[in-house]
Design a protein around this ligand. Structure first.
Ligand code: ZN
Length: 309
């Protein structure tokens, strides 16, 4: 069993409008945009990153907004709900705030003894807030949500699978413990994790595969401290029979990817070097940052990308 993985690193999803996406995560959810860059493989679209003040691993929601993309179709083989941690007794504040902002899909429930508020992102994305007592992670308060209520980072993500078996074994191999099970959902927890510690596996044997589109999660990334630990994980996964990509430089972290038995794309990402490698912390996310190989496209990209605040 591995011991290098420390919880979630980031979750990357697809969106329609960049403007709407940016406004939702900054104005409505109060996160900080920590990077405005472009997709490495499709530089004519943005890659937007939102998180806490510095984009601490475990807090980072990222998006590829494709202006004319169709909505995804929810199903199995994908991340279902991405869940953020908020302080205790704040769900009524959040319910009011999201309702006033016209957010759809608001629904309160309770799972594994925690109070939860579900809501939909601008493209129907599945999100929830969960009340966590004494989450020690610092909140970003620069976008109008006070420290008493602001999001602390991820709490968990759920995987929708046709059957749990092989993915459950993989999560155990990655260092997760099976910590609870209720109503067909198995909760895995990362001991000694970064706060974004839970994966909930939902088994849906009769549901067809998801179709990727706006509002779908593209992949989910798990955090390792550094490149040495990442190489250890890569070797262990390959020795177990997984096909893992080579290490890819994503400018703000190094990444490896592999497809899981249930169809979800997993990434292992390093905590180094971080989002302040090319911008001061005070100005994170303000300027358009381009990967070196796309820098020659800057003029055209600046003219063609939809401006966001
Ligand atoms: Zn990623």
């Amino acid at each position: 069993m591995l011991n290098q993985i420390k919880g979630l690193h980031h979750v990357t999803s697809m969106a329609g409008s960049a403007v709407q996406n940016n406004s939702f995560f900054t104005d409505t959810l109060g996160l900080r945009r920590v990077k405005k860059t472009v997709n490495f493989d499709a530089p004519d679209v943005y890659h937007l990153y939102y998180g806490d003040e510095v984009g601490t691993p475990g807090s980072v929601m990222t998006y590829f907004p494709f202006p004319h993309i169709a909505r995804g179709r929810p199903g199995t083989g994908e991340v279902g709900t991405t869940v953020f941690s908020v302080p205790q007794d704040t769900l009524s504040y959040w319910s009011d705030r999201l309702c006033k902002a016209g957010v759809e899909g608001l629904k309160a429930d309770e799972a594994f003894g925690e109070k939860r508020l579900h809501f939909a992102g601008p493209d129907g994305d599945g999100f929830a807030l969960v009340e966590v007592k004494d989450d020690p992670r610092a909140a970003w308060t620069g976008n109008g949500v006070g420290a008493d209520a602001a999001i602390r980072g991820f709490h968990s993500a759920s995987l929708r699978l046709r059957d749990e078996g092989a993915t459950g074994e993989l999560l155990s191999f990655m260092g997760y413990d099976k910590v609870d099970e209720k109503d067909g959902v198995i909760r895995f927890g990362m001991p000694g994790g970064n706060g974004a510690d839970f994966i909930d596996v939902e088994t849906m044997p009769n549901i067809s595969n998801a179709r990727l589109g706006a509002g779908s999660v593209h992949h989910i990334a798990f955090a390792v401290e550094n490149r040495a630990k990442q190489l250890e994980v890569r070797k262990a996964l390959m020795d177990t029979g997984y096909q893992v990509t080579p290490v890819i430089d994503r400018d703000y972290f190094w990444a490896i990817y592999f497809r899981t038995p249930g169809g979800v794309l997993f990434e292992i990402a390093t905590n180094e070097p971080g989002f302040d490698r090319d911008e001061d912390t005070a100005h994170l996310g303000e300027a358009l940052k381009l990967p070196t190989q796309h820098e020659h496209l800057r003029k055209a990209l600046e003219e063609n990308l939809e401006p966001i605040a």
